[in-house]
Write a protein that binds this ligand. Structure first.
Ligand code: DUC
Ligand code: ZN
Ligand code: ZN
Length: 471
């Protein structure tokens, strides 16, 4: 089937131009300037379907490289399945996710990966790939890293937090980084000093400080900055590239920026929750309400100016990617596991549906340009994790994943209208200027004016190449 997306402003990571996009089957075949009388224009006149994008933006499908569907965590599971989570993502204009397969100490990495394939296969509405969490670094798991690279799993997440669960010590991190330096993969780091945090948590609980806001107060910025610094130094020592996930403390990003200023191969990601939500306004809500916003790294103080600084780092380029760390838990029975003890609240916020809209508010407010929005949410994540040029940019030969985005639309985020499998919204009541109109995934219309027209099982597993951000 041939489709022509006509009359829109096509936004890329560098520029935005009025163009028509011609799709044949699953691929973009041509970008046609208005009035183009070339062969492409002839083809356009015979397109089987025309989507009118007049007055709208045509942007690449969003690439969210940090999701946790069905993640076992804190005695429960993240509440979105690959089916519900990818349908929600599609509603929000995201057409690719990269989720985290899990290996724990004592388990085979290959078994962890196989379990994730099992969860996702046949259930996804959009395309998906995997990173691999290495929760137990040893000879066997290090060997498995090489094998996985050949299978299209080209990035590995390590944890400096969560002792006894996913934690790696410095020696283990060093060894894994040496392997990554050798096989060309990317090391993703959860950079928080977990052993220090565990002491602070125990001391807070002993003082009777049990409310959700103590989650943030026991994970102060120093624990993020220190771990970030240590990860950077270990990466530099080994020559491995480093991607620090879900950065929330301005001091940690400052340290990252300094290393980048030296020309070191280190990158940072932040998430919408750290740009919009705060310790004071959200995590400190009365009673147990703040549990909705317990995630790690934690939300930080707006009085200390973290949010504004993160926006600034998105502008300077020191933060390269915005993903969601989508890890939803219902309030009832899941977040409630931590009633009376904040340390038992499952860590995570759901947001896979709202990333494109929330970041677009930065365009509306003049904080970032249209092209920077696309770069942060689509192109750079695709390049960073070996998916470009198939994903992340509207180019001839690329998958026809694109979003017709209507700047004149107005939407209000609410649990009543979202599609994620959650009983609350972290962004309840947020007014969004703009909105997703139509979404295509590999040439197929999956969302049309709020209606899901796709199918579970349409989404394909993506074998990823090596990062294009390695120097
Ligand atoms: N952080 C979260 O908030 N949830 C899951 C894991 C993580 O690192
Ligand atoms: Zn993490
Ligand atoms: Zn995560």
């Amino acid at each position: 089937m041939t489709v022509l997306v006509r009359g829109g402003l096509v936004v890329g990571p560098v520029s935005a131009q009025p163009m028509d996009v011609l799709i044949d089957g699953e691929k973009v075949v041509a970008l046609l300037a208005a009035g183009d009388a070339s062969l492409g224009a002839d083809l356009a006149s015979t397109a089987e379907r025309v989507i009118d994008a007049t007055g709208k933006y045509v942007v690449p499908g969003g690439v969210d490289v940090h999701t946790h569907m069905e993640l076992p965590f804190g005695g429960t599971f993240a509440s979105d399945t690959f089916e519900t989570g990818t349908i929600a993502a599609a509603h929000g204009g995201t057409t690719t996710i990269v989720d985290f397969a899990v290996q724990r100490a004592g388990e085979r990495v290959q078994d962890g990966l196989a379990a994730w394939h099992e969860k996702a296969r046949g259930n996804c509405a959009i395309d998906y790939g995997f990173h691999q969490i290495i929760g137990g670094v040893d000879d066997e798991s290090l060997k498995a890293m090489d094998e996985l690279v050949d299978e299209g799993i080209t990035s590995f997440k390590l944890f400096m937090a969560y002792p006894g669960v996913f934690f790696s010590d410095d020696g283990q991190i060093l060894r894994a980084m040496q392997s990554a330096a050798r096989n060309g993969s990317m090391v993703m780091m959860h950079a928080e000093n977990g052993t220090a945090i565990d002491v602070l948590v125990a001391q807070a609980l002993a003082r009777g400080e049990t409310a959700p806001r103590y989650h943030s107060l026991t994970r102060p910025w120093e624990t993020e900055e220190e771990a970030t610094h240590r990860a950077i130094m270990l990466a530099h020592l080994t020559g491995a590239p480093l991607y620090v996930v879900h950065m929330s403390a301005k001091q940690a990003v400052s340290t990252l920026a300094q290393a980048r200023g030296e020309g070191w191969n280190v990158f940072g990601e932040t998430c919408p929750q750290y740009l919009y939500l705060s310790l004071e306004e959200h995590l400190s809500q009365p009673g147990f309400e703040g549990a909705k916003w317990v995630c790690s790294t934690p939300l930080r103080s707006s009085a200390e100016g973290h949010q504004d600084e993160l926006w600034r780092y998105l502008r300077t380029g020191d933060l390269s990617v915005v993903s969601t760390d989508h890890c939803p838990f219902c309030f009832k029975e899941q977040k409630e596991l931590g009633l009376g003890d904040f340390s038992k609240i499952p860590n995570g916020i759901g947001g896979v549906e709202h990333r494109m809209d929330l970041l677009y508010q930065g365009v509306v407010d003049g904080r970032i340009s249209l092209s920077r929005w696309v770069e942060l949410c689509c192109t750079t994540p695709a390049r960073m994790f070996g998916l470009h040029p198939r994903k992340g940019e509207i180019l001839p030969g690329a998958d026809a994943d694109l979003v017709v985005y209507d700047p004149a639309a107005r939407t209000r985020i609410s649990v009543d209208t979202h599609h994620m499998n959650m009983d609350h919204s972290a962004y309840e009541g947020y007014e969004i200027a703009g909105g997703v109109d139509t979404v295509l995934s590999r040439g197929r219309v999956v969302i049309e004016r709020g209606a899901f027209l796709g199918t579970k099982g349409h989404g394909q597993f993506l074998r990823r190449g090596l990062s294009q951000h390695l120097v």
